[in-house]
Design a protein around this ligand. Structure first.
Ligand code: MN3
Length: 200
């Protein structure tokens, strides 16, 4: 059984970039529903106790007829955990140290990185995610559709933005690009740096 922990911050903590109502529904309803449906998807299976990340890293543990449900709802659980974690209020407002160096070397600077990341988010057709990942040690921006998670492809997520409409629609309606731009104000780069240090 997986369970959804409370956020590390109150529902209004991401204001004004993401309004309280959106966070309330996104965490309390959408995310909670993924957890509930994940538990239904694995009900009765003889799986070892493991984190959701470990489960998604090795989907061969899941029988064929349940696998897509675990990808959808397990991905829905895990992807949101990364999303909430990297938006924790406080922390550095831009990358520092080793992380900053890697971003500069890979993307030609922080501004260029942001541009490429926003492009990935805006260019994701329909529902999905924009990610900064390490793929076999190489830093990359990738997209994923629906609740597909890069961990199932062996990548290590460092940062993610949710571009499903439920993440921004109440405040931004069809203006996904504005949400992507404003969202930088929420990223806690200390947490991303920590993830990077652990991933290396
Ligand atoms: Mn979402």
């Amino acid at each position: 059984m997986y369970k959804l922990d409370a956020l590390q911050y109150p529902y209004d903590a991401l204001e004004p970039v993401i309004d309280q109502k959106t966070v309330e529904v996104h965490h309390g309803k959408h995310h909670q529903t993924y957890v509930n449906n994940l538990n239904k998807a694995i009900e009765g299976l003889d799986l070892k106790e493991q984190t959701i990340e470990e489960l998604l890293r090795d989907l061969s543990q899941v029988p064929d007829e349940r696998r897509q449900a675990v990808i959808n709802h397990g991905g829905g659980h895990y992807n949101h955990l990364v999303y909430w974690a990297t938006m924790t209020p406080g922390g550095a407002k831009e990358p520092q140290g080793e992380l900053a160096k890697a971003i500069d070397e890979t993307f030609g600077g922080f501004e260029k990185f942001k541009e490429a990341f926003e492009k990935a988010g805006a260019g994701q057709f329909g529902s999905g995610w924009a990610w900064l990942v390490l793929d076999k040690g190489e830093m990359k921006i990738v997209q994923s559709s629906n609740q597909d998670s890069p961990v199932s492809k062996g990548m290590i997520p460092l940062l993610v933005n949710d571009v499903w409409e439920h993440a921004y629609y109440l405040k931004y309606q069809n203006r996904r690009a504005d949400y992507l731009k404003e969202w930088w104000g929420l990223v806690n780069w200390d947490i991303v740096a920590d993830r990077y240090a652990k991933a290396k």
